[in-house]
Design a protein around this ligand. Structure first.
Ligand SMILES: NC(=O)c1ccc[n+]([C@@H]2O[C@H](COP(=O)([O-])OP(=O)(O)OC[C@H]3O[C@@H](n4cnc5c(N)ncnc54)[C@H](OP(=O)(O)O)[C@@H]3O)[C@@H](O)[C@H]2O)c1
Length: 331
């Protein structure tokens, strides 16, 4: 374990300007001090999220302004506690935070979780954002119940691998899309009943064929662009669609005529905004998720690990659609 007392500076990654991966630079920053209600974490693993890339490109409403240290989740060991904090130095934790691409980060205790038993730091770094997003979009927002069907886009990705496992475990029929056969093999191993290679087959036609034209009860849309409207075209009457991302780089443009004619419900989901306004609704799933991860009923799929200094290569891996599951950085 690193001890911050020994040094007052740390390695961090900085986004110097909005733009491509060249704007990611290794830099030295002062080790931060925790304030009231905060802890400092000596970081062992950092979760890479698609939002880190969108923020770096300057495509993220309300995102940080350069120069800034990116990153929104990290796992490690508490090495300092602020005032009024009922936590101990040495505890293994994972946090939703800011400025996580670094050796040390400050986290608010409200967004701090124990590392589920048996889980290493790299797996833990893939837990909060992807599993809470998957659980919330499927159940708390999407209302998925046993016996229903769901279409999960990017089913082999970070959120996708979590959502596929959760939906399958809940007794839903899972349709999943991905760009390659290898990704679909992974999705199938995790419980995807109907893997669709959308680069070869029109996904909406595939869903409609498999359901005799009825469509699925729920869609999780993380892609946007043309995928959004096409998803509505394979959504059942009274179906719901949770929109939570735009990995294509384009927001979707749903035709409200399709919505009203089919009694569809369109829902938006943003973890960060929701947690500020309704923390109980967002975090209510943490005990259930922790228990299932500890028991091995759910698994964080860590696809690839990079050194912190190779953050640009990690971004390339995700942007070029080479990644499966979670991509992790290690300081
Ligand atoms: N709203 C929220 O609070 C929230 C929270 C977490 C994540 N998200 C969103 O959820 C999505 C998944 O996040 P993640 O971190 O788990 O990423 P990810 O799914 O591991 O990676 C993104 C995947 O999207 C697919 N994709 C489709 N079009 C793409 C394009 N033009 N460029 C790159 N990828 C493309 C790729 O899968 P294929 O190769 O199979 O197409 C790619 O692997 C993102 O849109 C992210 O912004 C939202």
């Amino acid at each position: 374990m690193r001890i911050a007392i020994e040094t007052d500076s740390m390695e961090a990654i900085e986004v110097t300007d909005f733009g491509d991966r060249d704007s990611l630079r290794t830099t030295e920053r002062e080790v931060p001090e925790p304030g009231s209600g905060e802890v400092r974490i000596a970081i062992e693993a950092i979760g890479v999220n698609f939002a880190d890339i969108m923020q770096r490109r300057g495509n993220y409403p309300g995102g940080p302004q350069p120069p800034y240290v990116p990153g929104m989740e990290a796992a490690g060991t508490i090495d300092a506690v602020g005032e009024g904090v009922d936590r101990e130095v040495g505890e293994s934790v994972v946090a939703m935070t800011t400025e996580a691409y670094a050796e040390f980060s400050i986290a608010n205790v409200d967004a701090l979780f124990n590392v589920p038993e048996g889980m290493d730091f790299e797996e833990a770094a893939g837990f909060p954002v992807q599993f809470l997003t998957a659980h919330n979009t499927l159940f708390e927002w999407g209302g998925l119940t046993e016996g229903e069907s769901v279409l999960i886009h990017a089913a082999a990705g970070g959120v996708g691998t979590a959502a596929t496992q959760l939906a399958s475990r809940a007794g839903a029929t899972v349709f999943g899309t991905a760009s390659t056969r290898e990704k679909l093999d992974l999705a199938a191993e995790l419980g995807c009943d109907q893997p669709i290679q959308y680069t070869e087959t029109d996904f909406a036609d595939a869903v409609n064929d498999a359901t005799d034209g009825a469509g699925v009860d729920l869609v999780l849309d993380s892609v946007g662009g043309e995928t959004t409207q096409r998803s509505l075209e394979c959504l059942a009457h009274f179906g719901r669609m949770t929109v939570y991302g735009a990995a294509s780089g384009e927001p979707g443009h749903p035709d409200t005529g399709t919505l009203l004619f089919n009694n569809h419900t369109l829902l938006g989901y943003h973890l960060g905004q929701a947690i500020e306004r309704t923390p109980q609704r967002v975090l209510g799933a943490v005990p259930e998720l922790t228990e299932a991860l500890t028991a091995g009923d759910l698994e964080v799929i860590v696809g690839e690990t990079f050194a912190l200094s190779e953050a640009d290569a990690a971004h390339a891996h995700v942007e070029n659609r080479e990644s499966t599951g979670k991509v992790v950085l290690v300081p």
